[in-house]
Design a protein around this ligand. Structure first.
Ligand SMILES: Cc1cc2nc3c(=O)[nH]c(=O)nc-3n(C[C@H](O)[C@H](O)[C@H](O)COP(=O)(O)OP(=O)(O)OC[C@H]3O[C@@H](n4cnc5c(N)ncnc54)[C@H](O)[C@@H]3O)c2cc1C
Length: 387
């Protein structure tokens, strides 16, 4: 780290934080990553992402890929539709991915500091001063920084300290289950069960014998109860459970703000860079990291951040539509997935929402009408309190 230059302090050593740190260090910026955990030991977790992750990360992503998905099967109320993918989705092991990104950031020159809990920040005339508590002995220290990047997850303390409003979250719960005999390992199954959740259930195979079956809901206890009933009805034996709160993206919340003479940015879950259609946050978190690194290096400007915002806004529009679908509308949706509409879904990934939507509407205009009805009839996003 160059003497005399205040570093960029990245709070949170996980996927989005390490990727941001690596990008900035490679561009020659002094970077310190401050992570609460005492050592690099991320919780293993099975995730599904689009192939866009490979484009964004390059070779570092390869060691985390445990399976490829070539087909989605959609189910609702006794109906089914299958969508083949032209580029596979990737099943990744999150712990390997995070280790790879940490190594990459360190090799580029970032300083990784574990056992450091961010407590607060304030402007100090030349930039920012962070208060950080050491896990070892509970002692607090002040760390000067030019810019702070909050990559500290859905319940971001950096966001809170810098004055962002508290973000809304939804519960995600998944069970690791043995796959039924003969289950195709390159296929993800999705069930729309609107009486249980406005989102969906999924079964993601992580190996030929084991998969993750889960759902996103609105209320934690109710979501857990729905998952247990679903597992029991379909005779799946849970081996273990994984769960967390996933942030919900909102229109118009900026990812950067000034505090005194310094700048504070948020990336990943801390910035709710999550597609609210599928509640996937890995690829969009990496795009957010790319954008924030670009903004820090270019005096606040970033084309990537603008493109990401457009993409996330579009996902929000689609979610507002889907959120109020009842069984009849899901049944119609699955029926309407004719061959040409299925082709649009197979060629363009969910990380390219604008193109998926355009091609779907051109190929199957009734899908557009169905969506517009959902949007106009009910308007608001939350189903809570619905009659
Ligand atoms: C069970 C589960 C399944 C999921 N499935 C998918 C999926 O299939 N596809 C997908 O795209 N996404 C999925 N997600 C979402 C995805 O995992 C997240 O969007 C992504 O991991 C967020 O990464 P992040 O780096 O922004 O934050 P996090 O991984 O939450 O990292 C935050 C880091 O900050 C540290 N930290 C927190 N507070 C402090 C502090 N005060 N001081 C210092 N450090 C701090 C934490 O220790 C942690 O290391 C899933 C999430 C869960 C829980």
């Amino acid at each position: 780290m160059k003497e005399g230059h205040r570093p960029v302090a990245v709070v949170g050593g996980s996927a989005a934080g390490f990727f941001t740190a690596g990008l900035l260090a490679r561009a020659g910026r002094p970077v310190r990553v401050l992570e609460w955990a005492e050592q690099l030991d991320p919780t293993p977790r099975t995730l599904i992402v689009t192939s866009r992750m490979r484009d964004l990360l390059g070779p570092v992503s390869e060691s985390s890929i445990v399976n490829e998905i070539w087909q989605f099967e959609l189910f609702t109320d006794g109906r089914a539709a299958a969508v083949q993918l032209e580029r596979p989705d990737l099943i990744i092991e999150r712990a390997n991915l995070i280790r790879g990104l940490a190594e990459q950031a360190q090799r580029a020159g970032a300083q990784l500091e574990f056992g450091r809990r961010f407590v607060g920040l304030e402007g100090d005339g030349k930039g920012l001063s962070l208060t950080v508590e050491r896990a070892r002995d509970g002692r607090q220290e002040q760390i000067p920084a030019e810019t702070v990047v909050g990559a500290d997850g859905a319940l971001s303390k950096v966001a809170q300290a810098a004055g962002w409003p508290r973000q809304e979250t939804v519960p995600l719960i998944q069970a690791i289950v043995p796959l039924p005999a003969g289950y195709p390992p390159g296929t993800v199954r999705v069930w729309f069960v609107p009486e249980d959740t406005p989102y969906f259930y999924w079964l993601i195979p992580e190996s030929p014998t084991q998969g993750a079956l889960g759902l996103i809901g609105e209320d934690g206890q109710e979501t857990r109860r729905c998952l247990e009933t679903f597992l029991e009805k379909r005779r799946f034996e849970p081996l273990s459970f994984q769960g967390a709160k996933i942030p919900v993206y909102k229109w118009g919340v900026p990812v950067g703000r000034s505090v005194g003479a310094g700048r504070v940015y948020l990336v990943g879950d801390a910035a709710a860079q999550v597609k609210v259609t599928t509640v996937g946050g890995i690829v969009t978190g990496f795009r957010g990291a790319l954008g924030v690194a670009e903004a820090i290096l270019n005096g606040g400007r970033s084309r990537e951040l603008r493109a990401l915002r457009r993409e996330l806004d579009l996902h929000l529009l689609i979610r507002k539509t889907l959120h109020h679908f009842q069984q009849a509308e899901y049944s119609r949706l699955v029926d309407l997935l004719n061959a040409s509409a299925r082709r649009s879904l197979s060629v363009y990934s969910r990380d390219d929402a604008a193109r998926v939507l355009w091609h779907l509407c051109v190929n199957q205009p009734r899908l557009l009408l169905l969506g517009l009805r959902g949007l106009l009839a009910r308007g608001s996003f939350s189903r809570r309190g619905r009659d």
